[in-house]
Design a protein around this ligand. Structure first.
Ligand SMILES: [Fe+2]
Ligand SMILES: [Fe+2]
Length: 135
């Protein structure tokens, strides 16, 4: 069974954002599977990089839409993105050094962060984008 599962309640109503969120979920599941399979540090590192790169790309997409639409919550939303990006960079560093393993609590943190962020911040952004007709 998938570790993080998409459901229609998570749809924000802006196609590009919804498509990217589903792709993000796929990558989180790939990382979870790699952890469960007991893959080595190199393999986990590669899978995490695959997820991290896509996350950065996704954040850029949202932030671009925020700027184009003069979204009033831009600063706060971007700060939340930057905070997660930094956490992932820190995690990558710790995994590289071998001072931390990818653990179930880390996976739970990622899952909770994503579902909470989509349900709160991304839905607010999507409502604004739909309101101004930019989507
Ligand atoms: Fe976001
Ligand atoms: Fe998002």
């Amino acid at each position: 069974m998938a570790f993080i599962k998409w459901n229609p309640k998570l749809a924000v109503g802006v196609d590009i954002i919804d498509t990217q969120h589903q792709a993000l979920f796929d990558r989180v599941n790939t990382l979870f599977d790699a952890m469960q399979a007991g893959h080595g540090r190199d393999e986990i590192g590669k899978t995490l990089t695959f997820l991290a790169n896509y996350t950065v790309e996704h954040f850029k997409t949202e932030e671009g839409l925020m700027q184009k639409s003069a979204y009033p919550g831009y600063k706060d939303h971007k700060a939340i993105h930057d905070d997660l990006t930094q956490k992932v960079v820190d995690l990558q560093g710790k995994l590289d050094k071998g001072s931390q393993m990818l653990s179930l609590p880390v996976m739970h943190f990622l899952r909770d962060w994503l579902t909470h962020h989509i349900s709160e911040e991304d839905k607010k952004l999507a409502a604004h984008l739909n309101q101004v007709g930019l989507r």
